[in-house]
Design a protein around this ligand. Sequence first.
Ligand SMILES: Cc1ncc(COP(=O)(O)O)c(C=O)c1O
Length: 308
Amino acid sequence: MDQVFITDGTQTSLDLCARILADAGDTAWIENPGYGGARAAFQSAGLVLEPVAVDADGLAPRPEQWRDAPPRLIYITPSHQYPLGSILSLERRLKLIEDARAAGAWIVEDDYDSEFRRGGVPLSAVQGLSEDAPVIYLGTFSKTMFPALRLGFMVVPRYLAATIAGTLGEITRRGHVAEQIALADFIDSGQFARHLRRMRQRYGQRRDALEAALARHLRGSVTVSSSAGGMHLSARLELPLADTVVTRAARAQGLIVRPLSTYRLPGTPLAQYNGFVFGYAGVPAGAIDGLIARLAQVIDALRHEPAP
Ligand SMILES: Cc1ncc(COP(=O)(O)O)c(C=O)c1O
């Protein structure tokens, strides 16, 4: 228990990791494409960002990156890469721990939605794979409950716990105590587990409806790239249209879809990540087919627009 620290959510945890575990000018490895919240936290702490590619097995650093841009922090979303959805393989998890240890780096493991994993063999958190692994595990209640609750937690290695406790005591103040007590009651009563079971099923239905609608209305135009589970799905756009042009036209029709290209770090070719990120957690399953049909109409209209 001494290794668990309650925070105001993952954004605060990321900020604390950057400030406590690194110095301005240090290098932070960041998944590319990846989570803008991590990018912003590290940049505002003065860290130098090194984009690291992601493939179907998760983070895939080039061997020379260890030599040429050795990291102080390595940010990963191993259980469901954000936004592509790949799962970091066991082999890569073990190798990353070994390499991080050798480089004197900290792995920041952002486990933001594994409560909504579907199918497949559950992999242990990177932190749990090796005794005293140099990993800070970040959890949040933003997805399981709601973002405005602003509650999350960090689990740190045993040998770091006293240092973190001392530093946090100096640079932060305790808050959200009433919310923490209410949440603890909710968990103890068994209602949180029931809520998770219900939402897992509901999100699963929404995900199935989305995949079916994409296959029905956009077959050949998009390729789904993420694994099942979670609350979002990413897909590559297979047409010669920029994703930002499509999402802007869609928004004008009241459809909110995020362009995958905006998750890239500067310097990454657009063609590599031209696509969409669909957040489906808040959309009833019965509404999804109609929404994707409308998106297909938007895309169709753009494809047949006369050249200027
Ligand atoms: C990758 C990722 N990590 C963490 C979070 C949660 O952040 P927070 O706890 O600051 O709300 C999100 C929410 O959108 C996310 O997408």
